[in-house]
Ligand binder design. Structure first.
Ligand code: SF4
Length: 240
C-alpha cells in the first residue's frame, strides 16, 4: 500500500516562503525537543550499523529489545559469520524481515572483516557498497560520527517536511535533495532527530496536535483556524 501523501495538507494556510521559515522552525523545535537524539542503543560503530540495518520496517524500541541480547552474544563482525544463518535469523526474528536482514548482516560483516579490518568503512560511498545498506542507513552512520553527508529521511521526516511545505516530493531521495538545499549543513545531523521527535510527540500522522504545536504559526498544514495563525503572523502571505 502506498504511503499517505501529506503534500495536499500544506495548502490550508498561506505562510512565508520555506527559506524564511526553516531557521525559525528549527530554532523552535530545538528548544522544544532539546533532548532529541538517536533512540537506538549501541556501544560501537559496528553495533550502530547493525542497529540501523535492523530498524528497517520496525521501531527503535523493538530493535533495542532485540539488540540487548544480540550484542551480548555477537561481540564482533566475525561472530555473525561463525553461526549458521538460521541461528542468526532466529536471533533477529522479532525485528521482522529477518531472512533478508540476516542475509544483509552477514554479507556486510563479511566485507567489514575482509576489507576493513573488522571496522565500519569511513566514507558514504564505501558504506553504500555494503549489502542492505541504502542511503538512509549510511546517512545515520555518518551523522552519528559527526560527519553528516546528507539528511536522513524516514517516515516522520517525510510527513513533517511535506506538511511544513519544505518539499513537494514523495520519494525519500528527492525529499533529501530538497532538504539539503534548505537546511544549513551544520544542522543536517540534528534536523531529522527534531522532526522525528516532533512527529512522535506532537505531529502524529492521523491526528496532529496543532493546538499545542510550537511551530503552528509557521506551518501551512496547521489545523488551527486561519485567523488564529494570520493574526499573529506578520509574515508576507506567500506560499513557498
Ligand atoms: S502539529 Fe504542528 S507541524 Fe504538525 S500539522 Fe499541526 S501545526 Fe503543522
Amino acid at each position: 500500500m502506498a504511503a499517505r501523501d501529506f503534500v495536499p495538507e500544506a495548502r490550508r494556510h498561506k505562510v512565508a516562503p520555506k527559506r524564511e521559515r526553516v531557521v525559525p522552525i528549527l530554532d523552535l523545535l530545538a528548544i522544544e525537543h532539546a533532548d532529541a537524539k538517536i533512540e537506538l542503543n549501541f556501544g560501537s560503530e559496528v553495533e550502530l550499523l547493525i542497529s540501523v540495518m535492523l530498524s528497517a520496517q520496525t521501531t527503535d524500541v523493538n530493535v533495542n529489545r532485540v539488540t540487548r541480547t544480540l550484542f551480548v552474544k555477537y561481540r564482533c563482525p566475525e561472530d555473525y559469520l561463525a553461526v549458521p544463518i538460521e541461528e542468526l535469523e532466529q536471533d533477529i526474528f522479532q525485528t521482522g524481515f529477518f531472512r533478508q536482514k540476516a542475509k544483509s548482516l552477514r554479507g556486510s560483516m563479511a566485507i567489514l572483516v575482509a576489507d576493513y579490518g573488522g571496522e565500519v568503512p569511513g566514507t558514504m560511498a564505501e558504506l553504500l557498497t555494503l549489502p542492505g545498506v541504502a542511503r538512509k542507513t549510511a546517512n545515520v552512520v555518518m551523522a552519528e560520527r559527526g560527519n553528516a553527508q546528507g539528511i536522513v529521511v524516514d517516515t516522520h521526516v517525510r510527513r513533517l517536511s511535506q506538511r511544513l511545505a519544505l518539499t513537494k516530493q514523495d520519494d525519500p531521495v528527492k525529499i533529501e535533495r530538497d532538504l539539503v538545499k534548505l537546511v544549513a549543513r551544520d544542522r543536517w545531523a540534528v534536523f531529522p532527530h527534531l522532526l522525528i521527535w516532533h512527529g512522535r510527540r506532537v505531529c502524529a500522522a492521523r491526528k496532529p496536535a496543532c493546538e499545542r504545536c510550537v511551530i503552528s504559526e509557521l506551518c501551512p498544514s496547521s489545523r488551527l483556524a486561519a485567523s488564529a495563525i494570520t493574526d499573529s503572523t506578520p509574515m508576507e502571505a506567500v506560499q513557498a
